[in-house]
Design a protein around this ligand. Structure first.
Ligand code: GRF
Length: 212
């Protein structure tokens, strides 16, 4: 199977997938392309070290082109996403699954629709449980809710990607109990460790649904 991985940052989840493809955790599976929306994403270095082709897909030129357009931000995002779909659809070999691993954009139908038409699955990692703390900064918001006594646990999920942020059907979830006195940094470390397990398990389950 072929995976394309979308990243924006450190790429520790990408690294977990690279390692899983190298071991027997994801048999007969390789990452054939990594796309980042940030040039400085360390995940691009991880891809290069693993001899995985990379693309940098930058939103800025689209924003500049539409700076004077009414609703320019939406138009720019639509064109950006349509081109992102073209990048993916032009990959050879085409990916069976796209894994959003710390991809900090909300994908729009301009990306999702062409990908769905090509029968390519898209999954996303989100460090919260279904319906909780959607969007960025989920771990910190859960930690703050715990300090206020509002929750006792948070979690991590891999879910199918739809146009609404972090809202697609969950593929695999894991609860993470919160601990009195634990710092946000320590919680983040604990959660990232669970992300690295779930990103592999979520990819494995998704691949298992593909009929060759
Ligand atoms: C995850 O918590 C993800 O949800 C957030 O950043 C972390 C991914 O980091 N966007 P990495 O780039 O995979 O290390």
């Amino acid at each position: 199977f072929n995976l394309a991985v979308l990243i924006s940052g450190n790429g520790s989840n990408l690294q977990a997938l690279i390692d899983a493809c190298a071991s027997s955790a994801l048999p007969n599976t390789r990452i054939t392309h990594v796309i980042s929306n940030r040039k400085a994403a360390y995940g691009l270095e991880r891809a290069k070290k693993a001899s995985i082709p990379t693309s940098y897909h930058n939103l800025v030129p689209y924003k500049k082109k539409h700076a004077e357009t009414l609703d320019g931000a939406q138009v720019a995002r639509a064109e950006y996403d349509a081109d992102l779909a073209k990048i993916v659809l032009n990959l050879d070999p085409r990916p069976d699954v796209i894994v959003c691993a710390g991809w900090m954009h909300i994908v729009t139908p301009d990306f999702l629709n062409p990908i769905a038409e090509a029968d390519i699955k898209i999954i996303n990692l989100h460090p919260a449980l279904p319906g909780e703390f959607a969007g960025a900064g989920a771990i910190e918001r859960a930690w703050q809710a715990f300090q206020k006594g509002d929750i006792k646990r948070t979690g991590v999920m891999i879910h199918e990607v739809i146009a609404e942020v972090d809202a697609g059907k969950a593929i695999v979830t894991q609860e993470v109990p919160l601990r009195e006195g634990e710092s946000l940094e320590d919680l983040e470390q604990r959660i990232h460790g669970i992300e690295h397990e779930l990103i592999v398990e979520g990819t494995r389950r998704t691949l298992a649904t593909i009929k060759r």
